[in-house]
Design a protein around this ligand. Sequence first.
Ligand code: NAP
Length: 302
Amino acid sequence: MADIHVAPHLIDGKQTAEDIKVEIAAAVVKLTATGQRPPHLAAILVGHDGGSETYVRNKVLACERVGYDSTLLRFEDDITEADLLAQVGALNDDPAIDGFIVQLPLPKHIDAEKVIEAIRPDKDVDGFHPMNLGRMVAGLPALLPATPSGIVELMARQGIKTSGQHCVVIGRSNIVGTPVSILLAKNLETANCTVTLCHSRTKNLAEIVRQADIIVAAIGRPEFVTADMVKPGAVVIDVGTTRVTDANKKSGFSLKGDVNFAEVAPLASRITPVPGGVGPMTIAMLLLNTLRAATGAVYPKA
Ligand code: NAP
């Protein structure tokens, strides 16, 4: 992997996320110098899913790095929906908590939508609450979903031209594909794309993706995007992170993106690696949302 990280056309999400964390840490120092307490992020983790454990651990570690307080609340996967909703209510009411996340996926007996809707919008630092999604669509200040806003921020900071470009997004989930397609179509200098949103029912998918100046792949199918689907010179943003068995890794698995990197990288003008592309940006944007929640930047504090 060492050669990948020096390739000039690689989009280094890890470094960009580090830059953002340094900026956030400086903002925290300023905040605490005025006598305010540091921002406080809480995370609810239900069960023992390996991926979720890793994501939450990384989020908590990132909080420490920028000087936030963090609280991790763990529950077994037999917690009832009512008990989980009560925990959400307690975090909503706790003035010492600025923002919190409920790590997804949740066990099948819990209605994730109900849990998300129970989170107070001004503490919804994942940006999944319908109030935040609605405000985002309307172009009003909102806590934006972290992965989509991370993709926009990554392209902006890497100097990737988006205005007027045709962006094909593959995948229409509420947490990645749909919101990123909306953000990229906004009348903003860091967006202004012409967006096509594809999904599992899209006809002639390869033909459509081949027309893209920018491809955002968010489907969760390892190496789905192959060279024949990519116009030479396209920018390729790979959101996919699927765990696949890998006997060469101590952990026993490695992360695979939705793009066949070996085939597509030589064609692309810029491309994100997996890992080290979009993933670190998601955490950086979660931290940024927490700072915005703590300072009342979106929803003024009462
Ligand atoms: P999801 O909820 O499972 O949605 C997948 C989307 O892909 C759906 O819209 C689905 O279409 C579409 N799709 C599936 N197979 C397809 C095919 N053959 N052709 C066209 N479209 C297809 O997934 P998600 O939560 O958006 O996550 C997608 C990937 O991103 C996963 O690997 C996930 O781990 C990763 N992810 C990474 C980060 C990060 O920080 N790096 C954050 C979030 C997610 P239908 O709607 O028609 O079913």
